[in-house]
Write a protein that binds this ligand. Structure first.
Ligand code: KG4
Ligand code: ZN
Length: 353
């Protein structure tokens, strides 16, 4: 099966070709530079960029892989959750190709695609607990098979990636801030007591990260010197001053230990042996270290995607699409985009036409 994956849910425009689970090629245009001066993604600008970039990227992907559009067996497109205008551009492109080339279409849940992405690199075993940590979501799932996901917990306010990005913004670090906090954290030892591990005093598997962000903002108020003068002069390779590095390290640790504690509870309550962590924040070195430590201690089989598969990409969309198609699950041209915050409907059709 030759599948095209299309990802336009936020600020990466990405297309990938996958053949029987093997990535033949991927092209990505990251809009990060365009949005960074605004300190976050500007939705309308992001949609316009997707519209501008999709066609040239598509031509480049065909050239790079030496394949022809007519050879495709499946078009898989991220249908949500994401920014509505951005998703609509990807869906329009997917439907146009599907209609014009008479190729089956399937809409992919972006969050499930993140969690299945490491399957491109190693075998996934089920049942598993899945921890999805991204810019928009912090979700815990019980995953019974590659198509059966049950939500165990989610964030009640900020997603963990959002807390990283807002914290970075308060420090006047560039957008997206997670990478900067992670890199700068490497220059100092964390202070265990600087920040809280929020929402652990309840048995719930939900998260709440706004308290952590607020604790950091209060800390900055007391130490205004932490706020950087000019984000445009800062790169991930910059050497931070020791006080800033200490704050980043302590924030990293608080976020990592909070995720670790809830994951441990989810594993115990669901009684599984397998754990998958995925999403942009799964690239964080402290979070990887803590989750690896937990799984080692508990004798669990942990699957972590490589760094390039953590953040948004189209290979994961193609991969998830292929799995759905193998189960006979498709969509027709009525496929709808689902914005962040709305449940993704189980609206697959059996008929490939
Ligand atoms: O999965 P993703 O690419 O997009 C969404 O679906 O949201 O995740 C993006 C998020 C951003 O919040 C970014 O700051 C965060 O992932 N991120 C990190 C790191 N790399 C990316 N957060 C912490 N540490 C990192 N190394
Ligand atoms: Zn994502």
């Amino acid at each position: 099966m030759l599948s095209l994956g299309i990802e336009t849910s936020c600020d990466e425009t990405a297309l990938a070709l996958l053949e029987e689970g093997r990535v033949l090629g991927e092209v990505i245009f990251s809009q990060v530079d365009k949005h960074s001066i605004f300190g976050g993604v500007v939705p309308e600008m992001a949609s316009r960029e997707h519209l501008r970039k999709l066609q040239p990227l598509w031509q480049r992907l065909l050239q790079q892989t030496g394949r022809r559009a007519e050879e495709l067996d499946l078009i898989a497109v991220a249908r949500g959750p994401g920014l509505l205008g951005c998703l609509l551009v990807g869906l329009g492109f997917a439907k146009g190709l599907s209609l014009g080339l008479k190729i089956p279409l399937v809409g992919v849940n972006h969050l499930q695609a993140h969690l299945l992405a490491p399957g491109l690199e190693q075998e996934l075993k089920f049942p598993a607990v899945g921890l999805l940590v991204s810019g928009g979501h912090t979700n815990l799932y019980k995953i019974d098979s590659s198509i059966h996901f049950r939500l165990l917990g989610r964030t009640l306010d900020d997603a963990v990636g959002e807390a990283f990005d807002k914290t970075a913004r308060a420090l006047n670090l560039p957008y997206p801030g997670g990478v900067y906090i992670d890199r700068f954290a490497g220059f100092a030892e964390p202070d265990q007591d600087m920040f809280p591990r929020p929402y652990l005093d309840t048995p719930s598997l939900d998260f709440s990260f706004s308290g952590l962000k607020t604790a950091l903002i209060n800390h900055i108020r007391k130490h205004p010197r932490l706020v950087q003068e000019n984000p445009l002069e800062i790169t991930p390779e910059s050497i931070p001053d020791p006080e800033l590095a200490g704050v980043c390290a302590s924030f990293n640790l608080a976020a990592a230990e909070t995720l670790q504690a809830k994951l441990e509870r989810a594993v115990i309550s669901s009684g599984v042996q397998n754990v998958i962590m995925a999403g942009g924040v799964a690239a964080n070195s402290m979070i990887r270290e803590k989750i690896q430590g937990l799984c080692r201690r508990m004798g669990l089989n942990l699957v972590l995607p490589s760094l390039k598969l953590c953040t948004d990409n189209a290979s994961m969309i193609a991969c998830c699409g292929e799995i759905l198609a193998r189960h006979g699950m498709y969509h027709n041209l009525e496929l709808e985009a689902v914005p962040r915050g709305r449940k993704i409907p189980w609206d697959y059709v059996r008929d490939k036409s």
